[in-house]
Design a protein. Structure first.
Length: 237
């Protein structure tokens, strides 16, 4: 009698073949397979390294060079506005953008963080520096003018110059009581003009925090008339 054929039972425990493509063995770092081409070294970047920060001596040299540039642009005009007067003409300085920036930066740096509420500029060249400085210090600007130039109610003060008498006016509502004020002009000579502006500030109950000048004539001793108030002068003669 012929034996019955039995069907083979598949081995359920045999793992199924993976459909994934077998991965190649990774070559350890630092080794190179035989016959492999040697890789070329990476090209060095052509970018320049960041410039080194200048030291204190370098910054001082730049500052001195800038001030020398400003000084060269100020010229002497003899016998103006009267015989015997040597007038310091700053118009070449104003015509030079670099010099103008140097002067304004030098002034502004002295008062950053000093809480200046208002800058008072004295007619007329004080307007040029005072207005620009007020913008940099985020302060209001107040003009002090000769009589008859301001349209609203004014306070008036008389004072003496090295070559005569004069008067200055300020609007009565220019300054808040207790406001810290910086008085700015182009020149400190005998100090009469600056002292008169300070008196107008005092009349409104504000405080003169400091004076700032582009030029100071040391021989005329104008500081003496400004008492103990801090004074900043960019150039001394």
């Amino acid at each position: 009698m012929a034996a019955k054929k039995t069907k083979k039972t598949p081995n359920r425990h045999k793992p199924a073949k993976s459909s994934r493509t077998p991965q190649k063995k990774r070559t350890p770092k630092g080794s190179r397979a035989a016959g492999a081409k040697k890789s070329k070294p990476a090209k060095k970047s052509k970018r320049r390294s960041a410039p080194k920060k200048r030291g204190a001596l370098s910054n001082l040299a730049l500052e001195l060079d800038g001030m020398a540039h400003v000084r060269e642009l100020i010229r002497d005009i003899k016998n103006f506005p009267q015989p015997g007067i040597v007038f310091k003409d700053i118009t070449p300085l104003l015509a030079d953008p670099r010099a103008f920036h140097i002067v304004l930066d030098a002034m502004a740096e002295r008062f950053v963080g000093e809480h200046i509420d208002a800058v008072v500029g004295i007619e007329s060249r004080g307007f040029i520096f005072g207005g620009a400085l007020a913008a940099r210090l985020n302060a209001s600007f107040v003009p002090v003018r000769k009589p008859g130039k301001l349209p609203y109610r004014t306070e008036k003060v008389s004072y003496s110059l090295e070559y005569g008498e004069s008067e200055l006016e300020m609007h009565r509502d220019s300054l808040a009581e207790g406001a810290r004020v910086l008085i700015v002009d182009d020149l400190l000579a005998t100090g009469g003009t600056a002292a008169a502006a300070a008196e107008l500030v005092d009349r409104q109950g504000a405080i003169v925090a400091a004076f700032a000048f582009v030029i100071e004539l040391d021989a005329l001793d104008g500081r003496r008339r400004l008492e103990n108030t801090p004074i900043v002068s960019i150039l001394n003669y």
